[in-house]
Design a protein around this ligand. Sequence first.
Ligand code: C2E
Ligand code: MG
Ligand code: MG
Ligand code: MG
Length: 285
Amino acid sequence: HAKRNGRNDFQFFNNEMNVWAVERQATEADLRKAIDRNEFVLHYQPKIDLASGQVTGAEALVRWLHPRRGVVFPDSFIPVAEDSGLIVAIGRIVLRGACQQAKTWLDQGLGSFVVSVNVSALEFRDKNFIRSTREALQETALDPCFLQIELTESVLMRNVDSSIPILHELKQLGVQLAVDDFGTGYSSLSYLSRLPIDVLKIDQSFVQRISSKSDDCIIASAVISMGASLRQRVIAEGVETQEQLNFLNTHRCNEGQGFLFSAPVPAEEFGRLIRECVVTPARPQ
Ligand code: C2E
Ligand code: MG
Ligand code: MG
Ligand code: MG
């Protein structure tokens, strides 16, 4: 293609690169302001124990309330935040906010929810990560067992030998550990069994492929049985249909999370969902 159109294509490519670079710079500058002005808000998505129908936890998902662009979703700014190193500051805000919210819900007697936060590669490798996690817990007086850290499979496996000591330090703090987007990376099973992991989250791409007609559900069922053997809880992400839920129940998947139960919602609305028992999965017996 590039050869056929010669110079013109190259020119076009260059322009695209410039637009991208300019946008990226603008986002980075805006992100710096956003940190100072605290334009971030956390939404919470319930996780449901499939056997009991109880809400066991909530995943905190960050949104950026941009003064002009409105609500900006993480996929549009987390990569820039990672590249620029700003993710470390944002991560602290998220961790602190999630711990504060978990503590508030516990104090209100809403239930004993584990709140999970997503931690990206740069945050996880940051030398101050353990310390700022400990500080967030201490400052909010949250019992560490109510905090869960989600790390993607690729973050953990990229440099697995250096991940292991960090994971052990986190476990020593008393927090729970989950592997996010499981099945999309290249985990060596022998390594996986050596990591102090509490929860495996089946990536939503495998959950969404579940249908009665296809073989595509073999990954989902393989992860469920693997989790059972390794004594890890397994949670399915991105559950959208009753058919997917039926499959997960049949295969004794522990927990589910997805639009079928609830989209991520602001904290006040999460509280309302719990009080009014709106999150009720159908459980076929
Ligand atoms: P993730 O941790 O795998 O989160 C799941 C994503 O799937 C969320 O998107 C959630 O809103 C969405 N989702 C939930 N249920 C369904 C469903 O039934 N169907 C579909 N199609 N999607 C569903 P979101 O909030 O846009 O977040 C995207 C990713 O951004 C997250 O993936 C996570 O990797 C990252 N992220 C979110 N918040 C943070 C944060 O505070 N810090 C960092 N470092 N990363 C974050
Ligand atoms: Mg996650
Ligand atoms: Mg995920
Ligand atoms: Mg993801």
